[in-house]
Structures are given as C-alpha cells and as structure tokens.
Design a protein around this ligand. Structure first.
Ligand SMILES: NC(=O)c1ccc[n+]([C@@H]2O[C@H](COP(=O)([O-])OP(=O)(O)OC[C@H]3O[C@@H](n4cnc5c(N)ncnc54)[C@H](O)[C@@H]3O)[C@@H](O)[C@H]2O)c1
Ligand SMILES: [Zn+2]
Length: 358
C-alpha cells in the first residue's frame, strides 16, 4: 500500500486543502477540534480557506483520559444530527488525540466517511497523523480498540506550531530524534549540528521526519517486520511514562519519556551489538541539553521491569522484546536483552545526572 503522495505542506498544501474543501462543501464538512485547537488553530484554518462557513465544528475535550469510545459516540451523534453522509468529510484539526479519535470515528461512521488530518502538534505532524493507526483506549489500556484507516491526505503547516507550548514541542522532537537515529547518519548528524529543537522544527525537517515514518509504514503497513523499528526507545520509554504517571503530579509527556528510553535502549544496543559509544555520548548530551534530568522515586528498577512486562502482556523479563539499533541508520528488532542489561541501562541513565557525558 503506497501512501507517499498524501502529505502536503506549504503553499501547495494550502491550495490542495482549498480544493478538497470546495469538493466536499456540498456533501458536508465536519471539523473535529479540542478546546485548545478550537481557540488557537481553527481561526487560522478559516482565515486561510474559504468554504468552511457552514462546516459543523465538533469539539472533544483534550486530555488522554477522553480517548474513549464515549467520546467517539458523542462525535457519531453529532455527525447524525448534522446529517453527515457517506460522502461527507471530517477534518481532524489537532494533536494525536484528535487525529486518533477523529480518524477512528470517521472510519467507522456509516462504514467509513472521508477524513483528512491537519496535525497541530509536532508529535502529530511527524508521528500520530502518519501511518493509518486510529483508535481509543479501553480500561486504561492504550489504543486497545481501533482500526487501520488512511486519511485522504495529511497537511503539515508549521504555522500551527506557533502557539504550541515548548514542552509539547520537545515531546515531538524526541520522536524526530528517534526517526533520525533509525534512518541515517546524515539526519542524526543534522540534529547534532543544529543542537536546538527550535532550529530542527521547521517545515523541511518536519516533512523529512514524517517521511521516515511514511517510508517504513509503506514497506510494512501491518507491522509484521520493519515497522517494529519505530518502537526503538519505546519499551523502556513507555514504562517510564507509566511510572511517571503513577508517581508525579505533573507527569512526563510521552516524548519526554521516550528521550530517556532512547538513551537506555542505545546503551543496551551498545552492549548487545556494539552500537558506537561515541554516538551514545552524542545522543546523551543532546538529550541532556534539551530535557531536564528525570529523578526516579522509589525502586525504579523493579517497578519499571514490572511495567515493561505488563506492557508486553505479562511477558517475563527474559521475554521482553526490544527494537534496537546496530548503528545509526541500522535498526534491528525482536531482540531480547534480558533483565540484567535492562537494569544496567537504567543505571546508566540515572548516573548521567552528574552532568554531560565526557
Ligand atoms: N496513531 C499513531 O500512530 C500515534 C503515534 C503516536 C502517538 N499517537 C497518539 O497521539 C496522542 C498524543 O498526541 P499529542 O502528543 O499530539 O497530544 P495531544 O493531542 O493530547 O495534544 C497535546 C496538547 O496540545 C494542545 N494543542 C494541540 N495543538 C496545539 C497548538 N497548535 N497550540 C497549542 N496547543 C495545542 C492540545 O489541546 C493538548 O492540550 C496519544 O493519544 C497517542 O497515543 C498516535
Ligand atoms: Zn512514541
């Protein structure tokens, strides 16, 4: 399945978006937002495009706790009230929450109406809006319910990032860093040289990062092989994200946890496959430059291992399956580092607190 022609940006993007809006105007346009993107992003969309005057705006609440089937039902109900038909169009204007929930609602309403994504967070631009995974959480298990469904198009406009808080930008930056590491020495080197998330966050680099994911997804849409490499940093990262949600009043954002996961999993890669120590050092210094050092509370080792095992459907620690990296640009997957090495990698991160890695 090739979806490579479906990302648009810049002037060409705005004019393609305008065409699509005029094409669907008669059959009904529904714009899904959350309260923040309604206030901060919808005015720009309406200023840039004509034909949205009669579009029905549907608002869902922000926050991951609203990534539920109840939110989807509210959206379906509003589509019914607004007389949506098979040939209507839903525009998902928001971060990954809106694109995941909106994509799912659209893909299931009347067996599927057309939808497009206009991601407004960096994370959604380079990751969530790409690749066709849509869905909601169930019983606090993430993305338990969902379908693969492709948007008609994805529009990446850096204008929307102007209002995005820095922490949210950094969260997306961590995913860009992951893409660079699994993709190529050149891209990783670019991040090292720029040494600033602000400089990295322009439309050219965002598109390049989104296309790293797109190319991988195109070669393995249903995640039987190469797509697993996108999980690099995520086995440890997810556990740290859950740990922080349990212990912190202001928990780490997804990308903030992934940045730590990238360090730990690069350390594991060094031990298992000889990943270059100098690249580990460059990564650790880049992450330390951008992200405050995270201080774990009680017994991080045992607890994080338990969270990893739970995340992998109660696997034992020796069965924990990692996506790692042999060298920059050479990902490997289905690897089993085992408990001792996982714990060592956590200690490696914890010991970085004393300063930069020299
Ligand atoms: N489908 C996939 O492949 C995939 C991949 C990665 C993540 N995800 C999902 O994405 C979700 C996280 O997405 P996210 O990180 O974009 O978070 P988010 O959608 O929750 O947005 C973060 C916050 O930023 C606000 N916001 C959005 N755009 C803004 C803007 N331009 N200016 C100011 N504020 C803005 C939102 O209202 C929200 O408060 C999770 O549910 C995750 O599971 C999906
Ligand atoms: Zn991620």
């Amino acid at each position: 399945m090739n979806i490579s022609n479906s990302i648009y940006s810049g002037v060409v993007g705005w004019s393609r978006l305008q065409e699509i809006i005029l094409e669907y105007k008669k059959s009904g346009i529904y714009i899904l937002v959350d309260e923040n993107t309604r206030e901060l992003c919808l005015p720009l969309l309406k200023a840039k495009c004509t034909g949205l005057e009669e579009a029905l705006v549907i608002e869902m609440h922000s926050n991951e706790s609203n990534k539920t089937i109840a939110s989807v039902e509210k959206i379906w109900q509003q589509l019914v009230v607004g007389n949506a038909v098979r040939n209507s169009l839903m525009i998902c204007l928001g971060g990954g929450l809106v694109t995941d929930v909106g994509g799912f609602a659209a893909a299931t309403f009347k067996r599927g109406i057309n939808f497009i994504h206009i991601p407004t967070t960096l994370l959604a631009m380079v990751d969530a809006s790409i690749g066709g995974k849509t869905g909601v959480n169930l019983n606090s298990i993430k993305n338990q319910i969902g379908v693969f469904a492709l948007p008609k198009a994805v529009f990446i406009f850096e204008e929307f990032l102007k209002t995005l808080p820095t922490r949210q930008k950094l969260s997306g930056y961590a995913e860009m860093l992951k893409h660079a590491m699994i993709h190529s020495e050149e891209l990783f080197e670019k991040f090292i040289i720029l040494n600033s998330h602000e400089k990295v966050c322009n439309e050219v680099n965002i598109l390049e990062s989104a296309s790293v994911k797109l190319d991988i997804v195109n070669s393995d849409f249903t995640e039987t092989g190469l797509r697993k490499s996108l999980n690099f940093g995520h086995t440890v990262g997810h556990a740290i994200e859950s740990y922080s949600q349990k212990y912190d009043s202001d928990p780490l954002l997804h990308g903030e946890a992934i940045a730590i996961g990238l360090i730990c999993e690069s350390f594991i890669s060094m031990r298992m496959f000889g990943f270059d120590k100098n690249d580990l050092k460059r990564l650790a210094n880049l992450v330390s430059w951008h992200f405050p050092h995270y201080r774990f509370k009680p017994k991080p080792g045992d607890e994080l291992l338990a969270l990893m095992c739970h995340d992998k459907k109660n696997a034992s620690s020796s069965q924990l399956n990692f996506s790692l990296i042999r060298k920059i640009g050479e990902p490997v997957f289905d690897k089993f580092p085992g408990e001792k090495l996982i714990l060592e990698s956590l200690h490696f991160y914890i010991n970085l607190e004393v300063g930069f890695f020299v």
